[in-house]
Design a protein around this ligand. Structure first.
Ligand code: GTP
Ligand code: MG
Length: 139
């Protein structure tokens, strides 16, 4: 079953601008099935833990403040080659460099408020999905 799931978050800037529906439409249109979904807000502590890998980066504090600053939508998505295909769908981290038609090109404001997250490996997709969704939930 490896390789068919990824994890995403619609980030606070996109939720604030009411882009949840438009972004979910694009995700479905690209062939992803939503198998778990939650509207929630991260505490600073949880945002810090989620982005622990970036702890030493200069933008870590800004990233944690931003990601805990408003509600998000977290979801587990299913499709063949989910991780790679989803990274293609969302586009480059910096929306100025994102390809035409990608979610970040369409909906992101800046490198820090970049609308959406997508896991970067099968291993991280599983870790990140487990961070938000209990194994007792049916997904
Ligand atoms: P995610 O899907 O959110 O993980 O983005 P990514 O994989 O495209 O980028 P990466 O994991 O390298 O960075 C995580 C997040 O940190 C990015 O989505 C940005 O919001 C933020 N970030 C990355 N680089 C910078 C930067 O140079 N400056 C600032 N302010 N934020 C950055
Ligand atoms: Mg990343």
């Amino acid at each position: 079953m490896s390789g068919n799931r990824t994890f995403t978050m619609i980030k606070p800037d996109a939720v604030e601008k009411n882009y949840i529906g438009a972004i979910l439409d694009k995700i479905n249109a690209a062939g992803f099935k939503i198998v778990a979904m939650k509207y929630t807000q991260l505490s600073k502590e949880n945002a810090g833990a989620f982005y622990e890998v970036h702890k030493e980066r200069p933008f870590y504090g800004e990233l944690v403040d931003y990601m805990s600053g408003g509600p998000i939508v977290a979801a587990i998505l299913e499709k063949e080659n989910a991780v790679t295909d989803f990274r293609t769908l969302i586009g480059a981290t910096n929306p100025e460099e994102a390809a035409e038609g990608t979610i970040r090109k369409l909906y992101a404001e800046s490198i820090s408020a970049n609308a959406i997250h997508g896991s970067d490996s099968d291993e991280n997709a599983a870790i990140e999905g487990n961070f938000f969704f209990s194994s007792l939930e049916r997904h």
